[in-house]
Design a protein around this ligand. Structure first.
Ligand code: SF4
Length: 307
Protein backbone atom coordinates (compact mmCIF):
# COMPACT_ATOMS: atom_id res chain seq x y z
CA UNK A 1 0.00 0.00 0.00
CA UNK A 2 1.39 3.38 -1.01
CA UNK A 3 0.20 6.65 0.60
CA UNK A 4 0.73 9.81 -1.40
CA UNK A 5 -1.08 13.06 -2.02
CA UNK A 6 -3.33 12.01 -4.92
CA UNK A 7 -2.89 8.26 -5.23
CA UNK A 8 -3.90 5.63 -2.71
CA UNK A 9 -3.94 1.87 -2.72
CA UNK A 10 -4.07 -0.49 -4.40
CA UNK A 11 -6.98 -1.49 -2.20
CA UNK A 12 -9.09 -4.63 -2.74
CA UNK A 13 -12.53 -3.88 -4.12
CA UNK A 14 -15.15 -6.58 -4.42
CA UNK A 15 -16.41 -5.05 -7.62
CA UNK A 16 -13.20 -3.88 -9.24
CA UNK A 17 -10.39 -6.12 -7.98
CA UNK A 18 -7.16 -4.40 -6.91
CA UNK A 19 -8.03 -0.78 -7.35
CA UNK A 20 -5.50 2.04 -7.45
CA UNK A 21 -7.38 5.19 -6.43
CA UNK A 22 -6.81 8.71 -7.69
CA UNK A 23 -8.31 11.66 -5.86
CA UNK A 24 -8.00 14.87 -7.92
CA UNK A 25 -9.92 17.16 -5.53
CA UNK A 26 -9.44 18.52 -2.00
CA UNK A 27 -11.22 16.72 0.84
CA UNK A 28 -14.98 17.05 1.09
CA UNK A 29 -15.39 19.10 -2.07
CA UNK A 30 -18.80 18.17 -3.34
CA UNK A 31 -22.01 19.47 -4.90
CA UNK A 32 -24.12 17.20 -2.68
CA UNK A 33 -24.43 16.88 1.06
CA UNK A 34 -25.79 13.34 1.22
CA UNK A 35 -27.38 12.29 4.48
CA UNK A 36 -25.46 8.99 4.33
CA UNK A 37 -22.04 10.42 3.34
CA UNK A 38 -19.31 8.78 5.39
CA UNK A 39 -17.00 11.75 4.81
CA UNK A 40 -19.23 13.85 7.05
CA UNK A 41 -20.64 17.31 6.26
CA UNK A 42 -19.63 18.80 2.89
CA UNK A 43 -17.34 21.63 3.99
CA UNK A 44 -16.54 22.79 0.49
CA UNK A 45 -19.92 22.94 -1.28
CA UNK A 46 -19.18 23.80 -4.87
CA UNK A 47 -20.68 23.09 -8.22
CA UNK A 48 -18.14 24.64 -10.58
CA UNK A 49 -15.23 22.45 -11.66
CA UNK A 50 -11.84 23.89 -10.75
CA UNK A 51 -8.28 23.03 -11.65
CA UNK A 52 -7.56 22.15 -8.05
CA UNK A 53 -4.13 20.68 -8.90
CA UNK A 54 -2.08 20.53 -12.10
CA UNK A 55 -2.70 17.34 -14.10
CA UNK A 56 1.08 16.96 -14.38
CA UNK A 57 1.45 16.68 -10.57
CA UNK A 58 -1.12 13.89 -10.34
CA UNK A 59 0.35 12.07 -13.32
CA UNK A 60 3.89 12.36 -11.91
CA UNK A 61 2.71 10.71 -8.71
CA UNK A 62 0.83 8.02 -10.63
CA UNK A 63 3.92 7.27 -12.68
CA UNK A 64 5.94 6.87 -9.50
CA UNK A 65 3.43 4.32 -8.18
CA UNK A 66 3.13 2.44 -11.48
CA UNK A 67 6.92 2.18 -11.66
CA UNK A 68 6.77 0.01 -8.53
CA UNK A 69 5.05 -2.69 -10.64
CA UNK A 70 2.36 -3.31 -8.03
CA UNK A 71 -0.41 -5.71 -8.86
CA UNK A 72 -3.28 -3.51 -10.09
CA UNK A 73 -6.51 -4.43 -11.89
CA UNK A 74 -8.08 -1.04 -12.35
CA UNK A 75 -7.39 2.68 -11.92
CA UNK A 76 -10.29 4.35 -10.08
CA UNK A 77 -10.87 8.09 -10.12
CA UNK A 78 -12.80 8.76 -6.99
CA UNK A 79 -11.82 11.24 -4.29
CA UNK A 80 -13.05 12.41 -0.91
CA UNK A 81 -15.87 14.24 -2.63
CA UNK A 82 -17.03 14.54 -6.23
CA UNK A 83 -14.25 13.94 -8.80
CA UNK A 84 -16.08 15.64 -11.68
CA UNK A 85 -15.42 18.90 -9.83
CA UNK A 86 -11.88 18.57 -11.13
CA UNK A 87 -11.65 20.68 -14.29
CA UNK A 88 -8.71 18.65 -15.60
CA UNK A 89 -10.65 15.37 -15.69
CA UNK A 90 -10.45 14.76 -19.47
CA UNK A 91 -6.73 15.56 -19.59
CA UNK A 92 -6.15 13.40 -16.54
CA UNK A 93 -7.89 10.40 -18.14
CA UNK A 94 -6.01 10.84 -21.45
CA UNK A 95 -2.71 11.02 -19.58
CA UNK A 96 -3.48 7.94 -17.49
CA UNK A 97 -4.07 6.11 -20.80
CA UNK A 98 -0.56 6.97 -21.87
CA UNK A 99 0.87 5.31 -18.75
CA UNK A 100 -1.17 2.13 -18.45
CA UNK A 101 -3.60 -0.07 -20.36
CA UNK A 102 -5.56 -0.95 -17.20
CA UNK A 103 -9.26 -0.05 -17.27
CA UNK A 104 -10.17 3.35 -15.81
CA UNK A 105 -13.21 3.60 -13.54
CA UNK A 106 -14.96 6.79 -12.43
CA UNK A 107 -17.03 6.84 -9.25
CA UNK A 108 -19.31 9.87 -9.31
CA UNK A 109 -22.66 11.29 -8.28
CA UNK A 110 -23.27 12.22 -11.92
CA UNK A 111 -24.63 15.64 -10.95
CA UNK A 112 -22.53 17.51 -13.52
CA UNK A 113 -23.38 15.32 -16.50
CA UNK A 114 -25.46 18.17 -17.91
CA UNK A 115 -22.22 20.17 -18.29
CA UNK A 116 -20.79 19.36 -21.71
CA UNK A 117 -17.12 19.26 -20.70
CA UNK A 118 -17.90 16.87 -17.83
CA UNK A 119 -20.15 14.72 -20.03
CA UNK A 120 -17.39 14.43 -22.65
CA UNK A 121 -14.76 13.58 -20.03
CA UNK A 122 -16.97 10.86 -18.55
CA UNK A 123 -17.30 9.25 -21.99
CA UNK A 124 -13.55 8.57 -21.88
CA UNK A 125 -13.57 6.06 -19.01
CA UNK A 126 -14.11 2.29 -19.20
CA UNK A 127 -16.33 1.79 -16.16
CA UNK A 128 -18.72 4.53 -15.10
CA UNK A 129 -20.28 4.19 -11.65
CA UNK A 130 -22.89 6.88 -10.96
CA UNK A 131 -24.95 6.89 -7.77
CA UNK A 132 -28.67 7.47 -8.32
CA UNK A 133 -30.68 7.78 -5.14
CA UNK A 134 -33.70 9.89 -6.02
CA UNK A 135 -36.56 8.83 -8.28
CA UNK A 136 -38.21 12.25 -8.08
CA UNK A 137 -37.32 15.77 -6.92
CA UNK A 138 -38.48 15.11 -3.37
CA UNK A 139 -36.52 11.90 -2.78
CA UNK A 140 -33.48 13.40 -4.56
CA UNK A 141 -33.43 16.47 -2.30
CA UNK A 142 -34.14 14.47 0.82
CA UNK A 143 -31.26 12.01 0.33
CA UNK A 144 -28.65 13.95 -1.65
CA UNK A 145 -29.28 17.53 -0.44
CA UNK A 146 -27.78 18.93 -3.66
CA UNK A 147 -26.36 22.40 -4.34
CA UNK A 148 -29.33 24.65 -5.18
CA UNK A 149 -28.22 25.05 -8.78
CA UNK A 150 -28.52 21.32 -9.54
CA UNK A 151 -31.76 20.37 -11.27
CA UNK A 152 -33.07 16.83 -10.88
CA UNK A 153 -34.66 16.72 -14.33
CA UNK A 154 -31.64 18.11 -16.08
CA UNK A 155 -29.18 15.61 -14.58
CA UNK A 156 -31.61 12.72 -15.04
CA UNK A 157 -32.00 13.53 -18.73
CA UNK A 158 -28.25 13.88 -19.09
CA UNK A 159 -27.60 10.50 -17.46
CA UNK A 160 -30.24 8.85 -19.67
CA UNK A 161 -28.61 10.28 -22.80
CA UNK A 162 -25.12 9.44 -21.55
CA UNK A 163 -26.08 5.85 -20.72
CA UNK A 164 -27.11 5.25 -24.35
CA UNK A 165 -24.03 6.86 -25.80
CA UNK A 166 -21.40 5.45 -23.42
CA UNK A 167 -19.50 2.47 -24.83
CA UNK A 168 -18.01 1.10 -21.58
CA UNK A 169 -19.62 -0.61 -18.58
CA UNK A 170 -22.16 1.45 -16.67
CA UNK A 171 -22.86 0.34 -13.10
CA UNK A 172 -25.57 2.23 -11.22
CA UNK A 173 -25.41 2.41 -7.46
CA UNK A 174 -28.38 2.97 -5.18
CA UNK A 175 -28.10 3.59 -1.43
CA UNK A 176 -31.01 2.19 0.56
CA UNK A 177 -31.74 3.85 3.90
CA UNK A 178 -34.08 2.48 6.52
CA UNK A 179 -37.39 4.35 6.66
CA UNK A 180 -36.38 6.74 3.86
CA UNK A 181 -36.33 4.81 0.60
CA UNK A 182 -36.84 1.17 1.60
CA UNK A 183 -40.54 0.49 1.03
CA UNK A 184 -42.00 -1.65 -1.75
CA UNK A 185 -43.53 1.55 -3.10
CA UNK A 186 -40.03 3.09 -3.32
CA UNK A 187 -38.65 -0.02 -5.04
CA UNK A 188 -41.39 0.06 -7.67
CA UNK A 189 -40.73 3.75 -8.30
CA UNK A 190 -37.00 3.08 -8.72
CA UNK A 191 -37.81 0.21 -11.04
CA UNK A 192 -39.80 2.40 -13.34
CA UNK A 193 -37.33 5.32 -13.04
CA UNK A 194 -34.31 3.15 -13.95
CA UNK A 195 -35.99 2.04 -17.21
CA UNK A 196 -34.77 5.18 -18.96
CA UNK A 197 -31.12 4.28 -18.31
CA UNK A 198 -29.08 1.71 -20.20
CA UNK A 199 -26.88 0.05 -17.60
CA UNK A 200 -24.96 -3.17 -17.19
CA UNK A 201 -25.34 -3.57 -13.45
CA UNK A 202 -27.22 -2.15 -10.53
CA UNK A 203 -25.49 -2.29 -7.14
CA UNK A 204 -27.58 -1.90 -4.02
CA UNK A 205 -25.85 -0.50 -1.00
CA UNK A 206 -26.86 0.43 2.51
CA UNK A 207 -24.90 2.62 4.97
CA UNK A 208 -22.57 0.42 6.97
CA UNK A 209 -20.07 3.11 7.99
CA UNK A 210 -20.81 6.08 10.24
CA UNK A 211 -23.06 8.40 8.19
CA UNK A 212 -23.23 12.20 8.34
CA UNK A 213 -26.70 12.13 9.90
CA UNK A 214 -27.40 9.92 12.90
CA UNK A 215 -30.95 9.17 11.67
CA UNK A 216 -29.46 7.26 8.73
CA UNK A 217 -29.70 3.52 9.38
CA UNK A 218 -29.01 0.48 7.20
CA UNK A 219 -31.89 -1.58 5.88
CA UNK A 220 -32.57 -5.06 7.25
CA UNK A 221 -31.39 -8.13 5.33
CA UNK A 222 -34.90 -9.13 4.24
CA UNK A 223 -35.53 -5.61 2.89
CA UNK A 224 -32.26 -5.72 0.95
CA UNK A 225 -33.31 -9.09 -0.46
CA UNK A 226 -36.69 -7.68 -1.48
CA UNK A 227 -34.96 -4.77 -3.21
CA UNK A 228 -32.59 -7.17 -5.00
CA UNK A 229 -35.52 -9.31 -6.17
CA UNK A 230 -37.62 -6.32 -7.27
CA UNK A 231 -34.88 -4.32 -8.97
CA UNK A 232 -32.63 -7.13 -10.20
CA UNK A 233 -29.67 -5.57 -8.39
CA UNK A 234 -26.66 -6.94 -6.54
CA UNK A 235 -26.18 -6.13 -2.85
CA UNK A 236 -22.72 -4.84 -1.97
CA UNK A 237 -22.89 -4.05 1.75
CA UNK A 238 -20.19 -6.30 3.19
CA UNK A 239 -22.04 -6.73 6.48
CA UNK A 240 -25.55 -7.22 5.29
CA UNK A 241 -24.97 -9.19 2.15
CA UNK A 242 -22.05 -10.62 0.29
CA UNK A 243 -23.54 -9.61 -3.01
CA UNK A 244 -23.31 -12.87 -4.83
CA UNK A 245 -24.70 -15.79 -2.86
CA UNK A 246 -26.00 -19.15 -4.01
CA UNK A 247 -27.67 -22.09 -2.29
CA UNK A 248 -26.25 -24.47 -4.92
CA UNK A 249 -23.62 -26.69 -3.28
CA UNK A 250 -21.43 -27.36 -6.34
CA UNK A 251 -19.17 -24.31 -6.74
CA UNK A 252 -19.02 -24.38 -10.54
CA UNK A 253 -22.78 -24.87 -10.91
CA UNK A 254 -23.37 -22.07 -8.41
CA UNK A 255 -21.39 -19.66 -10.60
CA UNK A 256 -23.15 -20.84 -13.76
CA UNK A 257 -26.51 -20.24 -12.14
CA UNK A 258 -25.46 -16.76 -11.03
CA UNK A 259 -24.03 -15.64 -14.38
CA UNK A 260 -27.17 -16.76 -16.14
CA UNK A 261 -28.93 -13.92 -14.32
CA UNK A 262 -26.08 -11.45 -13.95
CA UNK A 263 -22.57 -11.16 -15.38
CA UNK A 264 -19.69 -11.53 -12.91
CA UNK A 265 -16.14 -10.40 -13.45
CA UNK A 266 -13.05 -12.38 -12.45
CA UNK A 267 -12.67 -10.53 -9.15
CA UNK A 268 -16.24 -11.10 -8.12
CA UNK A 269 -15.90 -14.81 -8.88
CA UNK A 270 -12.64 -14.86 -6.96
CA UNK A 271 -14.27 -13.31 -3.87
CA UNK A 272 -17.29 -15.57 -4.26
CA UNK A 273 -15.02 -18.64 -4.20
CA UNK A 274 -13.07 -17.23 -1.23
CA UNK A 275 -16.32 -16.82 0.69
CA UNK A 276 -17.08 -20.48 -0.01
CA UNK A 277 -13.55 -21.44 1.12
CA UNK A 278 -12.72 -23.03 -2.24
CA UNK A 279 -9.03 -23.95 -2.35
CA UNK A 280 -8.66 -24.96 -6.01
CA UNK A 281 -9.92 -21.78 -7.66
CA UNK A 282 -7.69 -22.37 -10.69
CA UNK A 283 -9.67 -25.51 -11.58
CA UNK A 284 -12.98 -23.60 -11.45
CA UNK A 285 -11.62 -20.79 -13.65
CA UNK A 286 -10.32 -23.41 -16.11
CA UNK A 287 -13.79 -24.98 -16.34
CA UNK A 288 -15.31 -21.56 -16.95
CA UNK A 289 -12.80 -20.93 -19.72
CA UNK A 290 -13.29 -24.34 -21.30
CA UNK A 291 -17.09 -24.15 -21.28
CA UNK A 292 -18.08 -22.89 -24.72
CA UNK A 293 -21.57 -21.96 -23.54
CA UNK A 294 -20.12 -19.29 -21.24
CA UNK A 295 -19.36 -15.96 -22.89
CA UNK A 296 -16.02 -14.47 -21.88
CA UNK A 297 -15.46 -10.81 -22.58
CA UNK A 298 -11.94 -9.53 -22.05
CA UNK A 299 -11.29 -5.84 -21.98
CA UNK A 300 -7.90 -4.49 -20.90
CA UNK A 301 -7.19 -7.72 -19.05
CA UNK A 302 -10.52 -7.60 -17.21
CA UNK A 303 -12.58 -10.74 -17.86
CA UNK A 304 -16.36 -10.75 -17.49
CA UNK A 305 -18.32 -14.02 -17.61
CA UNK A 306 -21.93 -14.31 -18.67
CA UNK A 307 -24.21 -17.12 -19.80
S1 SF4 B 1 -21.90 12.66 -3.44
FE1 SF4 B 1 -20.49 11.33 -2.36
S2 SF4 B 1 -18.96 12.71 -1.45
FE2 SF4 B 1 -20.69 13.97 -2.07
S3 SF4 B 1 -21.92 14.15 -0.21
FE3 SF4 B 1 -22.72 12.44 -1.39
S4 SF4 B 1 -21.69 10.61 -0.63
FE4 SF4 B 1 -20.52 12.41 0.09
Amino acid sequence: MTMMKFIYGPIPSRRLGKSLGISPIPKKTCNYGCVYCMLNITTNMSTTPHMHYPVADIIAELKQVLDQNLEIDVISIVGDGEPTLYAGLAALISNIRLLTDKPIALITNGALLDVKAVYDACLLVDIFLPSVNGYDVRSFKRINRPHRSIGFESITNALARFSHEFKGELWLELMLIKGINDSMDDFLKYKSFFKQFKYDRLYLNTPIRVPTESFVLPVEDDVMQLAMDTLGGIGIGDVHTNGFVSAIVDDFEAIVSLIKRHPMNQHEIDHFLDDRKVTDKVAIFKRLHDDASIIKQTYRGYVTYRK
